[in-house]
Design a protein around this ligand. Structure first.
Ligand code: CMP
Length: 139
C-alpha cells in the first residue's frame, strides 16, 4: 500500500551540505518528497520529539545534537515507504550499515547518523503530525 513516513535530515548532514545528495537517494529509491522544510529545533522540541528515549543514557547527547544546527524535516511517500526508507537509510550504527545506504556513505557515528526515519505506521502518523499540518502535505 502507499504509505507516508517522517524523515529528518540531521544536523551532521545539513552542516556538511548533504541535503541534496540524501534527497537523491530517497528519490532514486522511488520515494516522493511530498512535504519538506528546514527548521532549527529548540532543545525542548527535540526532547518532545524523542520523548520515547527519555530514559536512555544518550538522551542528553541526542537532544543537544538535534538542536545544534538546522534539520530538514520531510514526508516521504511511496509503496511501503516506511520499510523502503529504512532500507535506504541503512542500520542505525553506520559501522553496521550496508554499502550504498545513506548511513554507510554519510553518517559519522551512531549518534550523528545523518537521518531519522519512522519505524512503524503509528509512529509515522504521530511524527508527521508533530511537524506538519495537513495543508502542508502535497502529494
Ligand atoms: P533515530 O532513528 O533518530 O532514533 C533515536 C536515535 O538515537 C538514533 O537514531 C541514534 O542516532 C541515536 N542513538 C542510538 N544509540 C545511540 C548511542 N549509543 N549514542 C548516541 N546516540 C544514539
Amino acid at each position: 500500500a502507499t504509505e507516508r513516513t517522517l524523515s529528518i535530515i540531521k544536523p551532521d548532514a545539513t552542516r556538511r551540505n548533504l541535503t541534496g545528495k540524501i534527497n537523491a537517494k530517497f528519490e532514486d529509491a522511488g520515494l516522493r518528497i511530498v512535504a519538506q522544510k528546514r527548521i532549527q529545533l529548540t532543545i525542548a522540541q527535540a526532547q518532545q520529539f524523542y520523548a520515547v528515549h527519555s530514559e536512555r543514557p544518550f538522551f542528553g547527547e541526542l537532544t543537544e545534537f538535534m538542536a545544534s544546527a538546522p534539520v530538514v524535516v520531510q514526508v516521504l511517500e511511496g509503496e511501503g515507504a516506511i520499510a523502503k526508507n529504512r532500507e535506504v537509510m541503512g542500520a542505525t550504527n553506520p559501522a553496521d550499515a550496508a554499502a550504498g545506504t545513506i548511513r554507510a556513505e554519510f553518517a559519522e557515528s551512531v549518534g550523528e547518523n545523518s537521518v531519522h526515519g519512522s519505524d512503524a505506521p503509528e509512529t509515522a502518523r504521530e511524527e508527521i503530525a508533530f511537524f506538519f499540518s495537513g495543508l502542508e502535505l502535497v502529494g
